[in-house]
Design a protein around this ligand. Structure first.
Ligand SMILES: O=P(O)(O)OC[C@H]1O[C@](O)(CO)[C@@H](O)[C@@H]1O
Length: 630
């Protein structure tokens, strides 16, 4: 049978071996004036109402479904009318008055270039009181994730004595000790790769997605030494080409690779697929995967049971009360970090210091509360402006990506805690300065005014003793410094607000502190706007729809197989396939499924071209008899 070639048709010479499916209350539009915070007596009443429960925050007066376009424009108009402070003396006073400093961490937070007013701060006070109370109860073990009936305990990871039960404290401590000693044994060569008893493990392949990848990726980029004891690579997708690339890059070093499979649920399809692909690579290389596999997952999850039954090299627990996006200080982040020679106890110490500082109930002295205050002001408490994260340090490149999940998966919610439709969120993006100066800063300075910036400044340019002046009096780092300060000033001059977070150096301690700072800021902001920051119901819809597509694909394959097993083969039109699948309403999806299979040599076209769906007649290259009689 002739195959007509088309943009997605396969060559008849590329016949598939067998056609097998793959494995398995509305409010009126808001503006800052109408945001007009509830009267103080109303706030106080709300606060009283709230104080009995951690899960019920102040009822929102902020109109819920702010139209970004309308609300944003009105906000800009109002702000520009009022104008940001431009008088240098007044600005200097504002800078000094509001500058937050954490002495021990060497961390500064400058919020002077966000235009909030004293009245705003005062009016927010009752909400903050309620929020601090809610955060306190959360840390004491309240069910702060009401939908999932879970405690939220990532703060206990860096201060186990805070855990509400002794058993939790001991689990945290034991896990930390166990992962540190495992990492020491691997790094020192006490634990050796099975196929080279005299050698050492040289590589880590981390398989995980979302919160089970982003923290480890950020920390590796920020903190891994130039020559780490083990180098790390990531499989964080179900993209076969991406997976092949990682495995190919490992080459013969697969034999000395520790594969860490990270999944809280232990059932995330992308991660499972990554694992199956890696296991296949091990089989093909004649290696025994179990001797090199490590699982980080909840006890008794599918992954945990598999790892136990197959006798993997090690297993570490992921606790029910730690969410994926706040799991960097659990085994999820600490084991990969320790294996790269990063001082994980210092990361924990930095986070613990920041946790302590962000428990303070005086907004001005609490850096996380200050961040949340700025986010609320800048985005009207409804996400009307995006948050651009600009670290001026290459090693912090992935901070914005890490924060994207932490902030957007936490704050992007359809309903508030009282069941009102609010469509909350805060959009996060960014890369690094000064690189972005030559990409999108043009738009930030002059284009659509739909953002505020957070500059991350690192004072130390390079390790001591390595600096030099590339022109009289000026180092390379001075340029970076100048670019940051220049961009901050230029944006402000054009009424673009910004926050600046300054650390002395990128160290395990400062990175731990930054993570803890943003974890708390997100928790505080979520409480201010009365949403559950700790669930992610929206992710389920896409996962469910994906499962339905794969189920439909199996039906399509069965129908095509039956027709392809006939003598002569019976090519089918898309309408015929849809009818035989009893899914005429899914014909568009069936077209997409067939186009995808054709592009991968798993379906062949008898007639037509993919771009003209009605012209297509399709069949399989081989009849699968077993499938037919299954
Ligand atoms: O660790 P898991 O269970 O594999 O989940 C991975 C990610 O998937 C999500 O559940 C949804 O995207 C994230 O919250 C989580 O970080």
């Amino acid at each position: 049978m002739a195959s007509v070639s088309g943009i997605c048709s396969s060559s008849p010479s590329l016949k598939p071996k067998a056609a097998m499916p793959p494995g398995q209350s509305p409010s009126p539009p808001a503006r800052r004036d109408s945001v007009s915070f509830p009267s103080r007596s109303k706030l106080a009443a709300d606060h009283r109402a709230q104080s009995h429960s951690v899960t019920h925050s102040v009822a929102r007066e902020v109109p819920a479904d702010l139209s970004r376009a309308t609300g944003g424009a009105e906000m800009v108009a109002r702000k520009e009318k009022k104008g940001l402070e431009k008088d240098p003396r007044a600005l200097w006073k504002r800078y000094v008055d509001w500058l937050y400093q954490h002495k021990e961490l060497g961390l500064f937070l400058d919020v002077s270039r966000i235009g909030f007013t004293e009245e705003f701060v005062e009016e927010m006070e009752p909400r903050f009181e309620a929020t601090f109370k809610a955060m306190d109860e959360l840390e004491k073990g309240a069910i702060a994730n009401p939908d999932e009936g879970r405690m939220v305990g990532h703060y206990w990871l860096r201060k186990p004595e805070l855990a509400p039960k002794p058993i939790l404290k001991s689990q945290i401590e034991k896990t930390l000790d166990a992962l540190c000693s495992f990492a020491d044994d691997v790094v020192s060569g006490k634990i050796k790769p099975p196929s080279s008893p005299e050698g050492r493990f040289t590589q880590i392949l981390s398989v995980g997605i979302g919160g089970s990848a982003l923290g480890p990726q950020f920390v590796a980029e920020a903190l891994a030494p130039d020559n780490p004891p083990l180098k790390i690579r990531f499989i964080d997708n179900t993209d076969p080409a991406g997976i092949d690339h990682q495995i190919a890059q490992l080459g013969p070093e697969l034999a000395s690779t520790i594969v860490i499979v990270i999944s809280k649920s232990g059932g995330t399809p992308e991660t499972r697929n990554g694992l199956l692909e890696v296991q296949k690579a091990f089989r093909e290389a004649g290696l025994e995967f179990a001797k090199q596999g490590v699982a980080i997952t909840q006890e008794n999850s599918l992954l945990d049971n598999t790892a136990r039954i197959e006798g993997w090299l090690a297993r570490f627990p992921m606790f029910d009360w730690v969410g994926g996006r706040t799991s960097e200080m659990s085994a999820v982040g600490l084991l990969p970090a320790a294996l790269q020679g990063i001082n994980v106890r210092e990361m924990l110490a930095g986070a613990a210091l920041m946790d302590e500082a962000t428990r303070t109930t005086v907004v001005k002295n609490n850096p996380a509360a200050l961040l949340a205050l700025c986010w609320y002001w800048a985005s009207d408490g409804v996400g009307s402006k995006d948050m651009v994260i600009l670290p001026y340090k290459d090693s912090l490149l992935l901070f914005s990506r890490y924060l994207q999940q932490l902030v957007m998966e936490s704050l992007g919610k359809e309903f508030d805690l009282d069941g009102n439709k609010v469509n909350q969120g805060l959009t996060v993006y960014g890369n690094k300065g000064s690189t972005d100066q030559h990409a999108y800063i043009q738009q930030l300075r002059e284009g659509v005014h739909n953002f505020f910036v957070t500059f991350i400044e690192v004072l130390r340019d390079r390790p001591p003793g390595h600096d030099w002046e590339l022109e009289p009096g000026v180092t390379c780092g001075d340029y970076l410094f100048g670019m940051l300060q220049g961009t901050r000033s230029a944006l402000y001059a054009n009424n673009r607000e910004s926050i600046t977070v300054t650390v002395q150096e990128v160290t395990p301690r400062s990175v731990g502190a930054l993570i803890a700072l943003y974890e708390r800021a997100v928790g505080i902001y979520a409480s201010l706007v009365n949403i559950n920051a700790y669930h992610q119901p929206g992710v389920e819809a896409g996962k469910k729809a994906a499962a339905e597509v794969l189920a439909l694909q199996k039906r399509v394959l069965a129908v095509l197989n039956e027709a392809s097993c006939k003598e002569p083969v019976e090519p089918l039109t898309l309408e015929e396939v849809a009818e035989r699948c009893h899914a005429p309403e899914d014909i568009e999806m069936i077209h997409k499924i067939i186009a995808h299979m054709a592009a991968n040599d798993r379906a062949l076209m008898a007639e037509g071209i993919c771009g003209s769906p009605r012209s297509v007649k399709v069949y399989l290259g081989e009849c699968n008899i077993d499938e037919l009689y299954a």
